[in-house]
Design a protein around this ligand. Structure first.
Ligand code: ATP
Ligand code: MG
Length: 400
């Protein structure tokens, strides 16, 4: 047992001493059996949330409606969830109600895939009710029970299937795969943010290529924002992902936008449709601009500056043979920029207002943006006197 589990053993023991059952469950059990590092330890218990709160002094109600209470123990928080079943999914995405039950078997039955439905006792015994161990050995991702029904209950599970296949390097079981193909349209019921999380993880998986190919084959992309008519581009991305995978969310989405043939502006629209955060959108737009240009010409320092160096790591993660670029040289150029951020300008808005004796207003934003550009491009050195002089020139030019 890894230390994450042994550290948490007193929690299981305390719950059991109070007369309830408790097990380790979910991804941490799966990943341990695969000899992979684990992040968070999840505990499932027959004790109701109120009972857990009576047993332990320090708890936080992190998801009490779903039965989840966090137990605080020596600086570590353990998510403890009461055994539960989920009933009647009328909207293909969340159960109408969760019912707490006292049976581990009932709880494991509602889990998505057999390898995610294993439980581990405090003595290290694996409880395997759905053939999860044999699927784990054969590296197969299989829905618990009837795949068809499970995807009707919660359509997000189809995205989770391709995501886990990509992350774990597992093959998706035939029947599970057929059920995804048959029910892909149900994905339309799922919030973009949740699809986004799964797709982002998929692209970074060691078997991202396989996961993406299955996603395309089952037509899931038809129900993903602005990817409905992109089979060929996605297939090209799948090929690329065979050589290496992005290691950050920014890299993944930049690469996707590039493979879709988007320009900086359409990259912005695409990422907005996916509800990506603004800082990612800015960096991806800049990176796509650099990558598109590198096909036929060199890029300037202003373009490099706007990528915030993300471009060099993106290009290093994915060896884009079609771009034939010297990544080290790009990185050197980035490092040699006289500023990396506009906060590093040797003058600020307040000082400009004072020195130029102008009323504050939108002009100042323009002046600062111009100074930033000139400093990055090496046209003006980052020195207060020089910047003031450049600012005066800029204002005079604007007045004409
Ligand atoms: P990760 O390493 O990505 O955290 P995980 O298996 O722990 O993988 P979580 O999303 O953290 O995945 O969920 C924890 C467990 O809860 C899963 O292993 C699975 O048993 C169950 N689970 C999570 N989401 C669903 C779902 N949509 N349908 C059924 N079971 C689910
Ligand atoms: Mg988890």
């Amino acid at each position: 047992m890894p230390t994450e589990f042994t550290d948490a053993l007193p929690i299981l023991e305390t719950i059991e001493a109070a007369g309830y059952e408790a097990y380790f469950v979910g991804g941490s059990v799966r990943d341990t059996l695969l000899n992979k590092p684990i992040h968070d330890v999840d505990i499932a218990t027959s004790a109701y949330p109120e009972e857990i709160k009576r047993i332990f002094q320090r708890t936080v109600d992190t998801g009490i409606d779903h039965g989840t209470v966090m137990i605080l123990d020596h600086g570590t928080g353990y998510e403890t969830t009461t055994f539960r079943t989920e009933s009647t999914y009328t909207d293909f995405r969340r159960p109408d109600e969760v019912t707490f039950v006292r049976s581990l078997a009932e709880d494991l039955k509602r889990r998505d895939f057999t390898v995610n439905a294993l439980a581990l006792t405090k003595t290290g015994e694996v409880i395997d009710l759905f053939g999860g161990l044999s699927d784990l050995n054969e590296r197969v991702l299989r829905a618990v029970g009837k795949a068809e029904e499970r995807f009707h209950e919660d359509a997000l599970r189809m995205m989770r299937a391709v995501r886990f296949a990509a992350q774990l390097d597992f093959k998706i079981d035939e029947e599970t795969l057929e059920a995804i193909s048959a029910n892909a349209a149900l994905l339309a019921n799922i919030a973009i943010e949740r699809i986004n999380i799964e797709f982002t993880k998929l692209m970074q998986g060691t078997a991202a290529s396989y996961g993406l190919v299955e996603l395309i084959k089952s037509r899931l992309n038809n129900y993903m924002p602005m990817l409905g008519n992109s089979d060929r581009d996605l297939a090209a991305l799948a090929l690329l992902l065979q050589q290496g995978q992005p290691t950050t969310d920014n890299q993944a989405w930049t690469l996707l936008a590039f493979e879709l043939g988007l320009n900086p502006q359409t990259t912005g629209q695409f990422l907005k449709a996916w509800k990506q955060p603004n800082d990612m959108i800015q960096i991806a737009k800049a990176s796509v601009s650099v990558m598109n240009d590198l096909r036929s010409k060199d890029v300037d320092d202003w373009q490099l500056y706007q990528t915030k160096s993300a471009i060099t790591t993106t290009l290093a993660a994915i060896r884009l043979s079609e771009l034939n670029v010297d990544v080290d040289r790009l990185e050197e150029r980035y490092q040699a920029l006289s500023i990396k951020d506009k906060k590093a300008l040797a003058i600020n808005g307040g000082e400009l207002v004072k020195e130029l004796q102008l009323a504050p207003g939108p002009l100042f934003g323009e002046i600062l943006a111009n100074l930033e550009y000139q400093v990055v491009m090496g046209q003006v050195s980052n020195d207060k006197e020089m910047l003031l002089r450049a600012a005066v020139e800029f204002v005079q030019k604007e007045k004409k």
